[in-house]
Design a protein around this ligand. Structure first.
Ligand code: NAD
Ligand code: 0WE
Length: 276
């Protein structure tokens, strides 16, 4: 009877803002395979957006507030999960933040304060979530975070976020070794660009999407649902021996070494729309 991949598994999703969120694509994939979810949201504004989404899930999710800049808020969130469920099977970390004004111009102009905040929210919060979640993963477990190719290569405007994502990917490898002996796997998904709240107001984002569409191996962009399917693979027993890994879910864009010759004209059109 037990033919769903996530039947009987319980997990927390951090970073759900709205129905465009990558976290929502992941929540839907996990829900479709029978998972019981807890969803944490940053503040009251997010709570209003998350509540109607929660109603769309088959099993009523636990809704918890959690601002990752506060260790007290983090501790309370996991304490509530312990009280309600007593255990946890998986964790999804889909959180990043930097001052929008520093996601343009020169990376070397990043301020000390914004560097610290960006690293705190986008990288340290992952380590702290691993620390708090792992004691609840009594039968082993799986953890997934979201990263972006700007950690590996220079990408215009990604700036300090690229540095934070490089640190996050290293954190995945270290956490995987900390938690491996208790059967907890830790991985990252490096997603291609997706138009979410965290992409809104980023200069040239539309053009970036178009560029990726033309130059990725599959000649299209990735969707939150597809990232969700990949996360499902990592979080379910399908990923049983995958840990300390960063998997690209970007239609192959990361492997591109040169733009496609057949698209030279189209690429030029994208550029002609004007670049900062
Ligand atoms: P999103 O805006 O839907 O999600 C970002 C989330 O971070 C929001 O839910 C927000 O509430 C949360 N957050 C920010 N500060 C927080 C805090 N102090 N406490 C708690 N939560 C906080 O955008 P998204 O694109 O779905 O982003 C999710 C993850 O995916 C991020 O790590 C992002 O870097 C990564 N990612 C995004 C893309 C993309 O193109 N959209 C590509 C690759 C990776
Ligand atoms: O990781 C991200 C989003 C990062 C992000 C975005 C914002 C916008 C709103 C972090 N902090 C903020 N702060 C805000 O106030 N992505 C992978 C999406 C993204 O962001 C970019 C990109 C891509 C792709 C920024 C510049 C260039 C490319």
């Amino acid at each position: 009877m037990n033919n769903l991949l996530m039947e009987g598994k319980r997990g927390l999703i951090m970073g759900l803002a709205n129905d465009k969120s990558i976290a929502w694509g992941i929540a839907q994939a996990l829900n479709s395979q029978g998972a019981q979810l807890a969803i944490s949201y940053q503040n009251e504004v997010m709570e209003k957006r998350v509540k109607p989404l929660a109603l769309q899930l088959d099993k009523e999710p636990l809704l918890l507030q959690c601002d990752v800049t506060s260790s007290e808020s983090m501790t309370n969130c996991f304490a509530e999960i312990e009280r309600r469920w007593g255990k946890l099977d998986f964790l999804v970390h889909a959180i990043a933040f930097s001052d929008k004004n520093q996601l343009r111009g020169r990376t070397i102009d990043t301020t000390r304060d914004n560097f610290a905040m960006t690293m705190d929210i986008s990288c340290f919060s992952f380590l702290e979530a691993c620390k708090l979640a792992s004691p609840l993963m009594k039968d082993g477990g799986a953890i997934v975070t979201l990263t972006y190719m700007g950690s590996e290569k220079y990408l215009p405007n990604y700036n300090v976020m690229g540095i934070a994502k490089a640190a996050l990917e290293a954190a995945v490898r270290y956490a995987a070794f900390d938690l491996g002996e208790q059967g907890v796997r830790v991985n990252a998904i490096s997603a291609g660009p997706i138009k979410t709240l965290a992409a809104s107001g980023i200069g040239d984002f539309r053009k970036m999407l178009h560029w990726n569409e033309l130059n990725s191996a599959l000649e299209r962009n990735v969707t939150p649902e597809e990232v969700g399917q990949a996360a499902l693979g990592l979080l379910s027993d399908c990923g049983k021996s995958i840990t300390a890994e960063v998997i690209h879910v970007d239609c192959g864009y990361h492997a591109q070494g040169m733009i496609k010759m057949k698209h030279v004209a189209a690429n030029a059109e994208v550029l002609k729309e004007g670049v900062e």
